[in-house]
Design a protein around this ligand. Structure first.
Ligand code: ADP
Ligand code: MG
Length: 585
């Protein structure tokens, strides 16, 4: 197994290709993004990620962030301004009396990612694909590779970030010579790369950017805005860090919300801050910063000898492109709606995982088995087929649904996995079944998610999870796609031939379930409230209930549906009285 790693300036991620799916791995707290921050503790130990970021405010002198800017650099290069030492010598970072190289620091991040992955997978992981910006030169690539080796990886490939992102967006499936713009706005850097697909391989035609332009600048601008709105005076370094953190949080939330209230108790001395912030307000201060990306986009196009209309796709990468204003300005620059189908801050890592899978030899069969020949689903209450992956879905694919209990006090569900096109589960093929247990719950209270993952090899993995208690069960079924043509044809013919009866059976079953729920409920309500109703109405309800029972016994669908709707009508007053009584209670 080869890991795919996005070693980012702000955040890093790791993933693997596991039984047909690229999967990004989360730490014990469920975070897939690990901040690229390293803190050196006095006792010699090292903290990485969120813990290190928390230490940055208190101990900036022993905490390092954004070291990616310095990896493979020599004094005098871009990014080394203000550092002391002989021009041309390798950059080192003085920390607690030691001189660390940027690759040593980066290797701490990679060690952390490796540990996260090994914990999740339960076995060691020693090979990796690591991504770097397209503009990284040989020295920067070699230093990144060294960082991987220091962390205990054999680095199988160094991959350009825009290429990885294009893979994650599935653009290797575009026609040959397609052209793609990759707009990557992260925490501290911006890149625009133009790629061309050449015999299934992406070639970088042009890349331009700004290594000092990103989400951090937006945070600063928003912090200044908040300070101005709240009329804040001078802040201590600690308060100013708190303010910037809350600006970042507000910025991220305002990508989906329209407005919010910021509260910072005791921000300066005894005075607290509480202000309302809207998306419009932050867009106003962020706009000039985002606008700076435009020139780089135009230069890249010019370098590649292309016009915006020559592009087949524009894809978004980097957490900052989650901002609606960024998406809008990208659409304006390229006169084309950007592709929003992937999580922008995970796309590079996902692409690294796909590249790893290609190197493992695990991805070559994707086009061999491309669609599901028959629908896959599970049996639900009353013996009905509930389709989860419809017939003719392109594989690999993944789909799921949430189910609940139909009966009060139920303490488990049997998940029966079915294949076929018929409405009633008994007419479909049973591929397997298993039970998932949960604490006894009132009707409709249990929450069981069922997820079907069908990999490129046709192996179906069914996962059922009780989302309240967190218990889960997984079964694997090998034969989901290996069905003979004749069997598929017979099933399809059967589903056509029996289409009307099947539909009737489904409607009858649904009506029967409704009747079985309604009859006892009406009976119980009558017992409580018959005295409050005119006797003629009580007689009428009893007669309509009896008709439901008899239609049910006679197995007559249309009659049952009519009887149910008549009973529904007749019990309107009864239902209202029941609610009134409950309200009084
Ligand atoms: P990098 O590639 O630089 O390592 P990322 O792609 O992870 O970094 O981007 C991190 C940046 O994305 C941060 O500035 C963060 O605030 C920003 N970001 C993350 N989520 C959102 C969001 N929902 N809205 C706006 N910005 C976001
Ligand atoms: Mg990035």
């Amino acid at each position: 197994m080869i890991a795919g790693i996005d070693l980012g300036t702000t955040n890093s991620l790791i993933g693997v290709y596991d039984s047909g799916f690229p999967t990004l791995l989360a730490d014990a707290d469920g975070n897939r993004l690990t901040p690229s921050v390293v803190h050196y503790v006095a006792n010699g130990s090292v903290l990485v990620g969120r813990e290190a970021r928390r230490m940055e405010a208190l101990h900036p002198e022993s905490t390092l962030s954004s070291v990616k800017r310095l990896i493979g650099r020599r004094l005098g290069d871009e990014g080394t301004e203000g550092m002391t030492g002989a021009m041309g010598s390798a950059v080192t970072l003085p920390i607690r009396g030691r001189n660390l190289t940027p690759e040593e620091v980066s290797s701490e991040i990679l060690k952390r990612l490796k540990a996260i992955a090994e914990t999740r997978l339960g076995h060691p992981l020693s090979q990796a694909v690591i991504t770097v910006p397209a503009y990284f030169n040989d020295a920067q690539r070699a230093a990144t590779k060294r960082a991987g080796e220091l962390a205990g990886f054999t680095v199988e490939r160094i991959l350009a970030e825009p290429t990885a992102a294009a893979l994650a967006y599935g653009l290797d499936k575009l026609r040959d010579r397609s052209k793609v713009a990759v707009y990557d706005l992260g925490g501290g850097t911006f890149d625009l790369s133009i790629l061309q697909l050449d015999n299934g391989v992406f070639e970088v035609l042009a890349t331009h950017g700004d290594t000092r332009l990103g989400g951090d600048d937006l945070d600063e601008a928003i912090a200044t805005l908040i300070a101005r709105k709240a009329k804040l005076g001078d802040l201590t370094p600690e308060s100013s860090i708190r303010l910037t953190e809350s600006a970042r949080e507000a910025k991220e939330r305002l990508s989906t919300e329209e407005s919010l209230t910021i509260r910072l108790p005791f921000l300066s001395g005894s005075s607290s801050l509480e202000i309302l912030l809207t998306r419009g307000e932050i867009e106003e201060v962020c706009d000039p910063i985002i606008r700076r990306t435009r020139a780089h986009c135009l230069r890249s196009l010019e370098d590649a000898g292309l016009k915006a209309e020559d592009l087949d796709q524009v894809i978004l990468v980097g957490g900052s492109t989650r901002m609606p204003l960024v998406q809008k300005s990208v659409a304006e620059i390229f006169a084309k709606e950007p592709n929003l189908s992937q999580h922008p801050d995970e796309a590079v890592a996902l692409g690294a995982v796909l590249q790893a899978a290609i190197l493992e030899g695990n991805l070559q069969h994707v086009t061999l088995l491309d669609v599901t020949p028959l629908s896959l689903g599970i049996e639900t209450f009353g013996g009905l087929m509930n389709v989860i992956i419809p017939r003719n879905t392109t594989i690999p694919t993944k789909a799921g649904e949430m189910f609940t209990n139909a009966v009060a006090g139920q303490s488990g569900m049997t998940i029966t996995i079915l294949q076929g096109e018929r409405e009633m589960s008994a007419d479909n093929w049973k591929l397997g079944s298993f039970d998932i247990l949960f604490p006894p719950a009132p009707k409709g209270a249990a929450r069981v998610g069922v997820q079907f993952s069908l990999d490129a090899n046709g192996i179906l993995e069914v996962l059922a999870r009780d989302t309240t208690a967190g218990t889960e069960k997984i079964v694997e079924i090998k034969s989901a796609v290996e069905v003979s043509d004749e069997a598929v044809e017979a099933m399809l013919a059967g589903s056509l031939e029996h289409a009307f009866e099947d539909m009737d059976a489904r409607i009858f079953t649904e009506a029967r379930l409704k009747a079985e729920e309604m009859l006892p409920a009406v009976e119980a309500a009558l017992e409580q409230l018959a005295g409050d109703l005119p006797p003629t109405e009580v007689t009428d309800i009893r007669a309509k209930s009896a008709e439901v029972t008899s239609a049910l016994e006679a197995n007559e669908t249309t009659r049952l549906k009519q009887a149910l709707s008549a009973l529904d009508q007749a019990t309107q007053t009864l239902a209202t009285k029941l609610i009134e009584r409950a309200m009084k209670g």
